[in-house]
Ligand binder design. Structure first.
Ligand code: NDP
Length: 336
């Protein structure tokens, strides 16, 4: 069995010295268990937090353990009456090719409903994050302007398209002209601004002639700084992620910007709300009922970025933290 274990806790960018590829004996399913073969491993930014010992909203992965992660798997051997070889399932078996698990936590997948990769993407955790964060904390009203950072990514692509579905103007922020073109031409956002351009701040202001009512925070850093002056009174900021800061090892250089940020919150009466998708698990059924038909009809488009082979997972994960991925990042670990 091929697997990647957390060999050491990274400071800054993780690499092969922290995430070690190793061969292990094939797991043997006990009575009641199933043996799963990984088809897709989902790579997600939260995994950077799990590599760290710092206290957060979820437990760290122990050093020496297989890195955790969502997977799409096939049952290859079943010792459970409810599962048969050939069944497909959404699992959480981590960065490995095979795992023997108790099937209680598995979700059955039907490839006739939707491509199985969507179970970790547009119809899985990232899509749910976008939906629930907008409904609960963005609270979009018709005619409002929504700015979303990391707009071509797993969460961002859904946020912007749902904003439009609910009658808002969707403005994406993405890294580079190819991503921006894709976000407007293929995903249909009203505008997309390149945060790497020297005219980024002016371009963003021009794309938001009526100001910004919802800023969906995925990254932090200079994108956040550029959005703040554009926010309207009573604007909402669902704080979903701060990926620009995940590899930081100390306080950023430069003057303290917190008091300026607080002044915006006060004078514009902003609502800044951090959230984690699993706190809203009771809305998963409603999400699926709302979003699956939009995906099926083609109104809501999605893009995956599929990397071949578990041996390429570490470099793909590094790419996620530097903007090299283009769409929802998956590793194809085995044939589908
Ligand atoms: P993406 O598919 O959007 O990939 C990450 C993207 O972030 C990159 O493609 C890049 O886009 C951007 N990025 C990466 N590094 C930097 C950097 N240093 N500075 C600026 N931008 C950077 O990932 P997801 O959609 O899976 O996740 C998006 C955010 O949502 C993350 O912050 C993640 O932690 C968060 N999240 C939160 C959840 C919650 O429950 N709160 C659940 C799921 C995700 P570009 O090239 O366009 O800049």
């Amino acid at each position: 069995n091929q697997r990647i274990v957390l060999a050491a806790r990274p400071q800054g960018m993780p690499d092969e010295s922290h995430l070690k590829l190793e061969s292990a004996p094939m797991p043997e399913p006990a009575d009641g268990q199933v043996l799963l073969r990984t088809i897709y491993l989902s790579l997600d930014p939260y995994m950077r937090g799990r590599m760290s010992a710092a206290k957060s909203y979820a437990q760290s992965v122990e050093v020496g353990s297989v890195m955790e992660g969502g997977t799409v798997c096939e049952v290859v051997e079943s010792h459970s009456p409810d599962w048969q070889a050939g069944d497909l399932a959404l699992a959480h078996t981590g960065w490995q090719a095979y795992a023997a698990v108790n099937p209680k936590g598995l979700k059955r997948l039907n490839p006739d409903d939707a491509p199985i990769s969507t179970a970790v993407g547009v119809l899985g955790m990232p899509g749910f994050t976008a939906y629930v964060g907008m409904v609960e904390h963005g609270r979009p009203q018709k005619g409002e302007t929504v700015v979303v950072s990391a707009a071509s990514g797993a969460v961002g692509q859904v946020v912007g398209q749902l904003a439009q579905h609910w009658g808002c103007r969707a403005v994406g922020v993405a890294g580079g002209p190819d991503k921006c073109r894709f976000v407007t031409e293929s995903m249909g956002f009203d505008a997309c601004v390149d945060h790497r351009s020297p005219t980024f701040e002016q371009d963003l202001a021009a794309a938001c002639p009526n100001g910004v009512d919802i800023y969906w925070e995925n990254v932090g850093g200079k994108v956040q700084a550029a959005v703040l002056p554009l926010l309207n009174e009573f604007a909402r900021i669902p704080v979903c992620g701060l990926i620009a800061h995940y590899n930081e090892t100390g306080a950023p250089d430069g003057p303290d910007k917190l008091s300026g940020f607080m002044r915006h919150i006060l004078t514009k009466r902003l609502t800044v709300r951090g959230f984690i998708q699993f706190d809203h698990a009771d809305r998963r059924g409603e999400f699926f009922k709302t979003v699956a038909p939009l995906v099926k009809s083609g109104e809501l488009k999605y893009r995956n970025d599929v990397v071949q082979g578990l041996e390429n997972a570490v470099s793909a994960f590094q790419g996620l933290l530097t903007g090299k991925n283009f769409g929802k990042l998956l590793v194809q670990v085995g044939d589908d």
